[in-house]
Design a protein around this ligand. Structure first.
Ligand SMILES: Nc1ncnc2c1ncn2[C@@H]1O[C@H](COP(=O)(O)OP(=O)(O)OP(=O)(O)O)[C@@H](O)[C@H]1O
Ligand SMILES: [Mg+2]
Length: 364
């Protein structure tokens, strides 16, 4: 009988009577009912505990889910913020690029204008030059004539010649004319350089003499270069190269101006322009400067658009990226080698002939 009783009831009977068996007779039914009540209470508790546990599990799960959702939302917000910042930066870059395009269009039209003016100046310069040279001959004749007349009538001529400072005039007149001739030749050269540099008439690929392009570009940038460096030309033998000469001149100009800027601020430097033909199909144009050099961490970035180490408003950082694009369109490449404090060398290799299949629309 006791074996079937609930253990709590057994314990209580033991406490009351010493042992469950000592319980008074006749209580069996009561004990059985109480024992069942205990068992029922146990079952209820177990069930409540189980459902509490289930609820707690569910709550934990829900909590974790909420946490995950929160984290996901946070991530989404961060991604959105990043995207928005990226878009802002992109918009700023686009604006900058747009301004650059406007600027380069302006430069192109200024170039055309300059070339147009140069063309117009050509005519008057032509006849001034021709008249000057005739004037020089006339002056020689006049000098000879006056000298001859003075020799014929020294008495009469002496006073007049002195009065008009003939000795000084006959010395100074040819010198003045020589000087003017020099001036005219310089103007002619500037006009020619402007025309060569801008190649306004040229719209197609043409065979061009790169030394001519280098010379006219060096003249155009003379003002940037001559106060900071001596330029040494070490020209080798080059065949004519199939190219857009005006675009290549633009490349030479960018590299030369960069070289001058790298020397500026230090002692007077040197820029060596060397040309050679490494093999039958290629030409090499090398620009070596004794400037500040390029820091190793900047080296991989100098051809990136907008990369500049110059103060804000001074460099746009487009020079080398444009140059790189032009050289690439010509099927060539630019290499750079630099040592901080020693200087920098840019090497441009170009194919002599446009490779087949590289034909591009003919735009100047
Ligand atoms: N010869 C050089 N010596 C030293 N640094 C150079 C030289 N050439 C280029 N660099 C570096 O490369 C950077 C990029 O040159 P890039 O010509 O593209 O732009 P920029 O000269 O700064 O501006 P701009 O658009 O006016 O040419 C320069 O700011 C400079 O730091
Ligand atoms: Mg530059």
């Amino acid at each position: 009988m006791t074996a079937q009783l609930h253990k709590l009831l057994v314990r209580q009977l033991r406490r009351a009577y010493g042992s469950p068996e000592a319980a008074p007779a006749g209580m069996e039914t009561l004990l059985a009912v109480v024992s069942q009540a205990y068992a029922d209470a146990d079952a209820d508790r177990t069930m409540i505990e189980r459902s509490l546990e289930l609820m707690s599990q569910e709550l934990t799960q829900r909590n974790a889910q909420l946490q995950a959702e929160l984290e996901e939302r946070q991530r989404a917000r961060e991604a959105l913020e990043l995207k928005s910042a990226e878009q802002q930066a992109l918009i700023a870059r686009l604006e900058e690029a747009h301004n650059q395009l406007l600027q380069s269009e302006k430069m192109a039209s200024i170039g055309q204008l300059a070339a147009g003016v140069a063309h117009e100046i050509n005519n008057p310069i032509g006849f001034v030059a021709s008249n000057l040279s005739t004037m020089q001959q006339y002056a020689q004749t006049v000098v000879a004539l006056v000298d001859a007349l003075a020799a014929l009538a020294p008495q009469e001529a002496g006073g007049l010649l002195e009065q008009h400072e003939w000795e000084y005039l006959r010395e100074d007149m040819p010198a003045l004319l020589d000087e003017s001739g020099d001036g005219i030749r310089r103007v002619k050269q500037i006009v020619q350089d402007l025309k060569d540099f801008s190649h306004v008439d040229e719209r197609a690929w043409q065979y061009a003499d790169l030394h001519k392009g280098l010379d006219s570009t060096l003249n155009i940038v003379a003002n940037e270069v001559k106060y900071v460096a001596d330029v040494e030309r070490q020209y080798g033998e080059l065949p004519e190269v199939e190219c857009h000469a005006s675009q290549l001149n633009q490349v030479f100009m960018n590299v030369l101006v960069n070289a001058a800027h790298a020397i500026k601020g230090g002692p007077r430097g040197r820029i060596v322009v060397r040309t050679s033909q490494p093999d039958a199909d290629h030409v090499l144009i090398e620009f070596r400067d004794s400037g500040s050099g390029i820091a190793p961490q900047h080296l991989p970035r100098i051809f990136d658009p907008f990369f500049t180490t110059k103060p804000v408003g001074s460099g746009t950082g487009l020079g080398l990226s444009l140059s790189w694009g032009i050289v690439r369109d010509h099927g060539g490449r630019i290499d750079v080698e630099s040592q901080v404090g020693e200087g920098t060398t840019f090497r441009i290799v170009l194919p002599v002939q446009r490779l087949a299949g590289e034909a591009k629309p003919d735009v100047a």
